[in-house]
Write a protein that binds this ligand. Structure first.
Ligand SMILES: Cc1ncc(COP(=O)(O)O)c(C=O)c1O
Length: 365
């Protein structure tokens, strides 16, 4: 008899289990509220969904029975043109998530370290664990800015190969200042700049065009937020020349499905419509922010993304999240040190903001 579990890689055996989110349909069933009536402000999705042209293209896909182009040439050509970056420096993936994992697989020998600056997106630490890497954490300061001196100290002590930074950062929505990035790029490591939400930030915030020119900068982007394609899983990265041949070697050949690729290409063809929707979401974010400031027991943080983090004062944030869920309004609660008195609210349509505010305003002080 063989003990199959014993054969599992030891770092995987000792990993804590991953806590997956509940699927939307299951939540709707649990709450007894029809899915279409749920105000879903918990996962930073685009409330306007995919463009109608995308839905049409998906319904008319000519070759779903044929494997996709392993090099995603059509999509990369469209991305190169839209973003003004070289075709050769682009790699598409099944969401930015897949690219985060590929980067770890490219660089980390077992036991080697990444540098992580929590609170931030959970997949950096998660993928490091899956890949047998170590996570060196340098927590952010109270205002969610980076502790640069501590980062420089940790680089000297632990020699991490990779530094993952989201800009805007999830969960607070703050942007990485240009001079901070310069200081970090001077360190002996690769900086992975995750710009999943940058379309909602001030114009010119993205550093995407710099990646091909810098030896140690990778920029990641996604169609999940701006283009409303979270369910289709498509993102991309811009990498320095030297990494490209090695990335091509380790990527799964068919990582971007024909549906995801078609949806992304059609989205880029109608980028003007997405830009309009993006402006609507930004305007709604500002309205939501102003309204949240008017709730005496909430302290919202200014955000450059499509969500707003709020500190909850004088009451329990987990209970608030649960009370809102019973009304069919889903927001994100983080059961983590430093964040356990916060909720994060995605920016929805105006009617979603109205539903949320009407509940928050009637909560007794
Ligand atoms: C900072 C950040 N990066 C990446 C992602 C995931 O992007 P994708 O859906 O393209 O995998 C998210 C999703 O929440 C995120 O918050």
């Amino acid at each position: 008899m063989i003990d199959a579990e014993k054969l599992i890689r030891s770092h995987v055996r000792s990993m804590a289990p991953y806590e997956p989110i509940l699927p939307f349909e299951v939540l709707s069933q649990q709450l007894g509220i029809p899915a279409q009536d749920i105000v879903k402000l918990d996962a930073n999705e685009n409330p306007y969904g995919a463009l109608p042209a995308v839905t049409e293209a998906l319904a008319a896909l000519p070759y779903p029975h044929i494997y996709p182009d392993p090099e995603s040439r059509g999509l990369r050509r469209a991305l190169a043109e839209y973003h003004g970056v070289p075709f050769e420096n682009l790699l598409a993936g099944a969401g930015a998530d897949e690219l985060i994992d590929i980067i770890m697989r490219l660089f980390l020998e077992p036991g080697e370290a990444i540098l992580n600056c929590p609170p931030t997106f959970g997949m950096y630490a998660f993928d490091a664990g899956v890949n047998g890497g170590r996570v060196v954490s340098v927590p952010r300061l109270a205002d969610f800015s980076l502790d640069l001196d501590a980062i420089e100290g940790a680089v000297g002590t632990h020699q991490p190969k990779l530094l993952f930074l989201a800009s805007p950062n999830n969960p607070d929505g703050g942007l990485l200042p240009a001079d901070t990035l310069e200081r970090l790029l001077a360190l002996p490591l690769i900086v992975v700049l995750d710009e999943a939400y940058v379309e909602f930030a001030s114009p010119g915030a993205s550093r995407i065009r710099e990646a091909p020119r810098r030896e140690n900068l990778i920029v990641l982007r996604t169609f999940s937020k701006w283009a409303g394609l979270a369910g289709l899983r498509v993102g991309f990265g811009v990498f320095p020349d030297s990494l490209m041949p090695h990335l091509w070697k380790i990527k799964q050949p068919y990582n971007v499905s024909v549906a995801a690729s078609a949806a992304a290409r059609v989205s880029l063809r109608h980028a003007d419509q997405l830009e309009r929707i993006g402006r609507k979401i930004i305007a709604e974010r500002e309205r939501l922010y102003a309204a949240l400031q008017g709730i005496p027991w909430l302290q919202p943080y200014p955000s450059q993304a499509n969500f707003i983090l709020c500190r909850v004062l004088g009451r329990d944030a987990a209970t608030l999240k649960a009370d809102l869920a019973r009304k069919g309004i889903l927001v994100r609660y983080f059961n983590k040190p430093g964040l356990d008195d916060h909720i994060r609210i995605s920016v929805g349509k105006p009617e979603h903001t109205d539903a949320l505010l009407s509940y928050l305003k009637q909560v007794p002080l």
